[in-house]
Every structure is written in C-alpha cells, then in structure tokens.
Design a protein around this ligand. Structure first.
Ligand SMILES: NC(=O)c1ccc[n+]([C@@H]2O[C@H](COP(=O)([O-])OP(=O)(O)OC[C@H]3O[C@@H](n4cnc5c(N)ncnc54)[C@H](O)[C@@H]3O)[C@@H](O)[C@H]2O)c1
Length: 321
C-alpha cells in the first residue's frame, strides 16, 4: 500500500466520490477544501483541513505532518461562462493557485500528482473522437487556465497524470454524493430539474451538423472518473511514465438523446424550448480514450447513458437504497 493521499477539492462533486473510492481501496485520504463551492457533508472519507490550496505554509505543514506522498488535485473554479466574464479570476484561481500548490508539493517530496484537467483544453477540435495528442487550443479562459495548470505540473519534475475529463455525470445515491453546483450548468441535472419543476429546459442550438441538430457530448459516470484516479495513481506509483489521458466513453449523446433518456428513466415528459446557439459551443466533443484503456487498464463500466441518468435521478430524489 502507498502513502497518504491529499485530495484537494474533496468536498466537491468529483473529489468527494474519488476520496470515497480511495478510502474504500484502503488508502488514507486527507481532504483540503476551502468550501468556495464544496459541501461539508461530502467529506466523510478522511480528515478535513479547511483552507486554500495556495496557502503555502498550510500545505507545506500538511504534506509534512500528514505524510502525504500523493496529491489528487480537483480544487478549481469550473464555470465556463464565469471565466468568459472574468478571465483574470480564472487565471488567478486556477493557474496561480495551482502553481503555488505544485511548488510546495514538489519541495515537500510528493512523488505522484494527479490532476483534474478537461476536454476544454482542446478548444474546437479538428478531429473527433479527440485523440489525447490533439493540439491544445482552448477557446475560453477556463480552458486556458487548465492548460497552464497542466504546464506547471508537467514542468514540476513530479511524476504526474493529467486526466482530461469530458462531461462528468451521474451520482452515487447510496453514498448521497452527486452534483450540487450553484449555479448548475450541467445538462443532466438541469434536465432532471425541468422534469420536476415543469419549467422548460432550453436547448441551445438545433442547427448543428449532428444527426438531430443538437450538440453531442461524451458523458462519463463519476464512478468511472474516480476509478481512473485510482488507476492513474497506481500507474505512477509503479514507476510507469507520466502523461495525459482522456477520460470519456468514445461514444457521446446529443442534447435530445439526453432528454429522451431522462424521459425513459423518469417515465415522464421534459418540457423544452428551443434557443439559439451559445457562442463557443463545439458541435461534438467526444473522447478518444483508448490510451487510458491501454496504459491504465481503465474501462468506463458505469457510463451507459441510462445508468448515468438513473443514478442522477435517484440522487435528486434522495433514494439511498
Ligand atoms: N464536472 C465536470 O464535468 C468536469 C469536467 C472536466 C473537468 N472538471 C474538473 O474537475 C474538478 C472538480 O469539478 P467538480 O465538478 O467536482 O467541481 P466542484 O465545484 O463540485 O468541486 C470543486 C471543489 O474544490 C474546492 N475548491 C475550489 N477552490 C479551492 C481552493 N483554492 N482551495 C481549496 N479548495 C478549493 C471547492 O470548495 C469544491 O469543494 C475541477 O478541477 C474541474 O475543473 C470537471
């Protein structure tokens, strides 16, 4: 068994599910979170330290005293629209704070660093499914900030895994862990909300060059993302090479297909209204994740769309059976 794992952002959506997975695998986790978007009741899998990843004294002491050998770094701001309105905030919050964290971890002898990156680093791809070797050309400040974080980590000398998630989705209803973003911008919780409230879901663009005219995204169950982090850390701890990996199914579903899945699972109609395209929304973002399968032995076993929706629906309804 390896040493202790620091999970930054472990009070958030993906971080809490991953902290749970590490704890269940027998690893001791310590969560560092400032609660800027996280929830205290998500932290149940190890001690909590409340604070900022950029507080160098705090992190230095934590790495030393808690004998941290590995860091899994989720803490970030992740709203594309907010980043367009305030690019400086994203440069500060994501790039600068991550640079501070990376510096202290490298000095403290951390020997494996796993990072939550995103398909937003690719921008508008010229090849779909997107291979991990595709050029990075982000089209919004969120994607730019994540690309700069990747650069800082890759330049730190620490063994590292840059995990580029596509669309995280689903929940772990039995553990009462799921999406609780505020504002919520993700399609599946918004569609479930429209189903419950009767307030229509807006479809942004119905004239894309896709089979049904709506955008296609690659939805990946949060349990499969968590599993990829365990595998990435095991890979690094086995002395295997650092790198970047895409995490997606290689499939993808259109907005209309997601709505249909919600209607199937919830056995009811989702009210919709058709709107215009949003600026900067590529028609299709689908992962070529074959290198994660090859190098990490990862397979997205929970990411069939109806399973994702069923788990998100059970979480929204508070079903814990
Ligand atoms: N949700 C997705 O679809 C998706 C897709 C690609 C990448 N990502 C990345 O995954 C990560 C987690 O996303 P999420 O959806 O779980 O977000 P989230 O907002 O639920 O979780 C982020 C957590 O980090 C904490 N945090 C933020 N800044 C901090 C700081 N400076 N110091 C300490 N804690 C801080 C927040 O309080 C929160 O608990 C992010 O890095 C995001 O960019 C998410």
């Amino acid at each position: 068994m390896g040493g202790n794992v620091l999970v930054t952002g472990g009070a958030g959506y993906i971080g809490s599910v991953t902290a749970r997975a590490f704890a269940r695998s027998g690893r001791r986790v310590v969560v560092l979170d400032d609660f800027s978007t996280g929830h205290a009741d998500n932290v149940r899998w190890g001690p909590l330290v409340t604070g900022d990843i950029a507080d160098k004294d705090l992190v230095r002491g934590l790495v030393r005293d808690a004998q941290i050998t590995a860091v899994v770094h989720f803490a970030a701001k992740a709203l594309v629209g907010e980043s367009v309105r305030d690019p400086a905030l994203y440069d500060h919050w994501n790039r600068e704070k991550t640079e501070a964290l990376v510096e202290v971890c490298a000095e403290g002898g951390v020997s494996a660093f796993v990072f939550s990156s995103t398909c937003a680093v690719y921008g508008t791809p010229d090849q779909v499914p997107i291979p991990v070797a595709h050029d990075r050309a982000p089209v919004n400040p969120y994607g730019v900030s994540k690309a700069r974080c990747e650069d800082a980590i890759a330049g730190s000398g620490m063994p590292h895994a840059l995990l580029r998630y596509f669309n995280a989705a689903g929940a772990v209803p039995a553990a009462r862990l799921g999406e609780r973003h505020d504002p919520e911008t993700h399609l599946i919780p918004l569609t479930l909300r429209a189903r419950v409230t009767g307030n229509p879901l807006t479809i942004f663009g119905t004239d894309y060059p896709t089979p049904d005219g709506t955008c296609i995204r690659d939805y990946i169950h949060v349990l499969d993302l968590a599993d990829a982090h365990l595998r990435a850390l095991a890979h690094l701890e086995a002395g295997q090479p650092s790198g970047a990996w895409n995490l997606g199914t290689g499939g993808g579903a259109s907005v209309r297909e997601v709505i249909q899945a919600v209607e199937r699972v919830t056995e009811g109609k989702v009210p919709v209204q058709e709107g215009v395209r949003r600026e900067g929304d590529p028609a299709a973002l689908v992962a070529d994740a074959r290198s994660a399968e090859r190098d990490l032995g990862w397979h997205p076993a929970h990411s069939e769309l109806d399973r994702i929706v069923a788990d998100a629906w059970a979480y929204e309804r508070g079903d814990v059976a």
